[in-house]
Design a protein around this ligand. Sequence first.
Ligand code: ADP
Length: 373
Amino acid sequence: MTLRVGVIGGGQLARMMIAPAVELGVELSVLAEGEGMSAALAATAVGDYRDAGTVLAFAERVDVVTFDHEHVPQPVLRALVEAGVAVHPGPDALRFAQDKLVMRRRLAELGAPQPDWAAVSDTSELRAFLDDHGGRAVVKTPRGGYDGKGVKVVSRPEEVADWFADFGGEALLAEELVVFRRELAQQVARRPSGGMAAYPVVETVQRDGVCAEVLAPAPGASEKLVEVAARLGMSIADGLGVTGMLAVELFETEDDRILVNELAMRPHNSGHWTQDGAVTSQFEQHLRAVLDLPLGATDPTADAAVMVNILGGPQGEEITGRFAAAMDAHPLARIHTYGKAPRPGRKVGHVNVTGDDIDEAVYEARAAAAFFD
Ligand code: ADP
């Protein structure tokens, strides 16, 4: 019997599940937000993921529903569950990825290390938090933020007065401004029946709040760090009841602590390197996990893997127009494109390079990605 997975959302994460689905013999269908999206090749339906009727109709023809993003509203998720649809990750887990305040509260209950934080409902509460944290803090909108939007470093409460107004009296999240050495990410897969697998912790480099590069495994990571990060990722996956892929974004502090920044319950940019640098890619692993199939090995296939995002792309030009030159100059580079029109700052593809030497891999990947500037 063919296994059928339905993905809600037609972005690049859904697109990158297509190839492994074909290899596994899984029938993949996508509910895309519009025509011509990244995952158009597998889009069997186009419609609004906020509409329960649309999502229920889409779910009728699949065995499991999963996601390309975390924005499907809770009532729609609950309607799916009530209709007997297998939803992975389920609504109870997804709410921790949909609301950063709900996440902080739950992580505190689990005893996970995280920055000092508070829910602040007005400027005077934020002023009190600033006074307690050296006069600076990071303020976040609990919902709807991505790629650094909805995140602001402030020293005066008035800087986010408009956010308090927009959120109609709902609390914002205030966090201590963490002075970190670097950012890391831990990926874990978890099956509905409980089995888990952790990838080696990676270093992520952000520019302007957007992931620019990933180095895997995190350079210089001690065995201890690899073990601590994997255990933390698995305890969060277990504690939150996550099914499918979980990415835990981390700060590594100057005094060698790791603190949880945020969570994503789906394949994640920090795991794109696994397509060419691990035995099982995160996209295949996600499909295995949501279908409750045995998980694949997470071992790296080379000493070093580097992923460089193609941000923006060649303006006014098809990205594929640059293929031949990049391939000619960098035969070691694996170029992945998302079928999206280039636009400043937009993630339109990435390059993976693996090898024995991290510095050489970084050089190759950056140089190949530069062909698409
Ligand atoms: P988004 O949901 O938009 O990805 P994040 O919460 O991951 O937002 O924050 C985006 C970036 O802002 C992080 O990758 C990090 O570089 C910085 N940042 C977030 N929280 C803090 C913090 N408490 N201290 C220092 N930097 C932070």
